[in-house]
Design a protein around this ligand. Structure first.
Ligand SMILES: Nc1ncnc2c1ncn2[C@@H]1O[C@H](COP(=O)(O)OP(=O)(O)O)[C@@H](O)[C@H]1O
Ligand SMILES: [Mg+2]
Length: 237
């Protein structure tokens, strides 16, 4: 396992959001986290990133304990979190947004240019739009920018929080192709948090089902796709 979280309990004040959550991802795989609104999916991501500190439990990344680390050290360790709502810089250009993703990497000019070219090859639309302000992009393009920005730092693990939110179905298809591609071509393990359970199960290798702060199921996505409980609760029967 590249990341392994064991018995995570996370609170907001006195309100508990995660209960003894176990969560793991193997090298090279895509794991999904599905669950209703409010189930604790984002809290789990924030617990990994140290944005919300779990009250108890352990999280190991490549064998290194994360729970004692501050968020920017967790980022430096190679984990990128693309949060819900994307959080790009609306009044900066596409290119500058991308450059921000490399902040802290100390790339040479040459390496930085190579990263830009790599992103523009993956997302040709971002090359066309590189001088435009980020807020002039469509929702799907903004999501692509958020993903590309995350990739600029050469992450060892990338976690996407509801990337399909608010996007048209055809754009969602394209986005999920890209996510799969990043995993297959670059070998980057990916955590995919989604309310769109069907899409998430379709492209992931394994899946965690989160209900009211508890992981109620974990297994191969292909098995969960055929599970009666998963079908009735998340796939419309
Ligand atoms: N900043 C916060 N302060 C207090 N409660 C929060 C906060 N963020 C989330 N919660 C609560 O924690 C629970 C899990 O939320 P969240 O992790 O955002 O769920 P999901 O991402 O699955 O929709 C919910 O009951 C939510 O209301
Ligand atoms: Mg969320």
């Amino acid at each position: 396992m590249i990341l392994e979280a064991v018995n995570i309990n996370t609170f907001y004040g006195s309100v508990q959001a995660l209960y003894d959550v176990n969560f793991s991802i193997a090298a090279n795989e895509i794991t999904s986290v599905i669950g209703a609104n409010g189930a604790g999916k984002s809290t789990l991501m924030k617990s990994v990133m140290g944005i919300v500190k779990p009250k108890s439990g352990h999280i190991a990344f490549n064998g290194k304990e994360l729970t004692a680390m501050v968020p920017h050290h967790i980022v430096s360790a190679g984990i990128v979190y693309v949060p819900e709502g994307r959080e790009i810089f609306p009044k900066l250009s596409v290119r500058v947004n991308l450059e921000m993703g490399a902040f802290g990497k100390k790339y040479s000019k040459q390496e930085l240019n190579r990263k830009f070219e790599e992103m523009y090859a993956l997302f040709p639309i971002l090359k066309e739009r590189q001088k435009q302000m980020a807020d002039s992009l469509s929702g799907g393009e903004q999501q692509m920018l958020a993903i590309a920005r995350g990739l600029m730092s050469d992450p060892k693990l990338i976690m996407f929080d509801e990337p399909s939110l608010g996007l048209a179905p055809v754009v969602v298809d394209e986005l999920f192709d890209i996510i799969q591609n990043i995993n297959k071509e670059k070998g980057i393990p990916i955590v995919l948090v989604e309310q769109n359970a069907y899409m998430a199960l379709s492209i992931s290798d394994t899946c965690h089902v989160l209900e009211n702060g508890v992981v109620t199921m974990y297994g191969r996505s292909s098995d969960l796709m055929n599970d009666d409980k998963v079908r009735s609760a998340y796939l419309g029967g």
